[in-house]
Ligand binder design. Structure first.
Ligand code: NDP
Length: 336
């Protein structure tokens, strides 16, 4: 790890910086407000790999005309429990905000409802897609497929994207439980961040040019071959996300998603699905008691913690102290 110079920014400063970069890249008011807020939340809660460091990727995607900075997404209810979106080649997060209230209403009406979206890009952490649903009292599962980078167990070439998923559920008397994770050992942005910061990854996360697992982020960026987490089990989860994300939505399969290369872009256009479940409609009035009990079994159990709760600690620290940002990143963003 290098001792590079840093600067501390308040969360308001992070959001203002993000918004100014997005607006300079041609993004409209509505979209830049939503994305800047998510960049700030990523810096605040983690994962920071999806915070300020993503701004050059967003900007490049607009400047190369790969993504639409003034997207006018549409959302349509096509079955009692199915809401379908078209992202107008913009970022998923914008159409996700557009769909949210209707999805919540449909889940309360039917017990379960889903939102599925194609023609959209997703660059962010999925936790911010599911958390608002849990804050509204719903259980939620979100997935998005991406670009083939993950090798199936025993395979010779990447088939799946880093295909992340997020789960969230309400927790009585406390912030919801919210976790999200890539299907790969490490998210690609974490590999890029480790390469930029000049350190190895904590565990073998991809293949080197001789096909051997390695912790060297530069070797992994060269082969663009990441390992699935948990060997064949993670590969099976990546398969599930390919079906729920790309196939249900009609988005591009990760294996076919090479279009971005002609734009020189680093972001990914896939399909996304968000499922919302109203636990009060499932016939178990003690749902909250169960969740409390599950969490109680974990907390205080050695060093275990409820998955995703690290974000709450990060949030409290960032709200008090702001966030520390590398000066070279700041200089890069200010020059965009
Ligand atoms: P991590 O492996 O860092 O974390 C996975 C989850 O586990 C998080 O919810 C994390 O939350 C939680 N966690 C971490 N350590 C522990 C622990 N010791 N005990 C209990 N829970 C723990 O995430 P990934 O590297 O897999 O993914 C990073 C991010 O990248 C995610 O936000 C994902 O959505 C995003 N991503 C987005 C993609 C896209 O195309 N849009 C593609 C791939 C990834 P916490 O630390 O807050 O507790």
């Amino acid at each position: 790890m290098t001792d590079a110079p840093t600067k501390t920014l308040s969360l308001e400063e992070v959001k203002a910086l993000a918004k100014s970069v997005l607006v300079s890249a041609g993004m409209d008011e509505r979209g830049s407000e939503i994305l800047a807020d998510l960049v700030m939340r990523s810096e605040r809660d983690g994962p920071r790999s999806h915070g300020l460091r993503m701004l050059p990727v967003y900007a490049q995607s607009f400047e190369s005309n790969y993504a639409n900075p003034t997207a006018n997404p549409t959302v349509k209810r096509i079955a009692p429990g199915v809401l379908r979106g078209d992202g107008d080649n913009g970022y998923y997060q914008i159409v996700g905000v557009e769909a949210r209230d209707e999805l919540i209403g449909m889940a309360r009406e039917n017990g379960i409802a889903s939102f599925t979206c194609a023609n959209c890009h997703h660059l962010g952490a999925l936790r911010f897609d599911t958390e608002p649903l849990a804050q509204a009292g719903l259980v939620s599962l979100g997935v998005v497929n991406s670009l083939s980078m993950v090798v199936p167990q025993g395979g010779l070439r990447p088939v799946f994207g880093t295909n992340p998923m997020s789960f969230a559920c309400p927790r009585e008397g406390a912030e919801p439980v919210v976790w999200d994770q890539a299907s790969s050992v490490a998210a690609l942005m974490d590999v890029r961040m480790a390469a930029a910061e000049g350190h190895d990854l904590p565990r073998p996360s991809g293949l080197d040019t001789s096909g051997q697992p390695t912790t060297d982020p530069n070797a992994i960026l060269e082969t663009r071959s990441l390992l699935p987490f948990g060997e064949h089990k993670g590969a099976a989860i990546a398969f599930l996300i390919e079906v729920l994300g790309a196939a249900l939505a009609g988005g591009t399969l990760s294996a076919d998603n090479q279009e971005r290369e002609s734009f020189g872009a680093l972001n990914i256009k896939g399909g996304a699905t968000l499922i919302a479940i109203d636990p009060s409609r499932f016939g178990n009035p003690a749902f909250n008691v169960y969740v409390t009990r599950i969490c109680a079994e974990i907390d205080g159990n050695g060093t275990a913690r409820v998955p995703g709760d690290g974000r709450l600690k990060n949030r409290a620290t960032a709200e008090t102290n702001g966030v520390v940002v590398a000066s070279d990143l700041l200089a890069q963003l200010q020059s965009l």
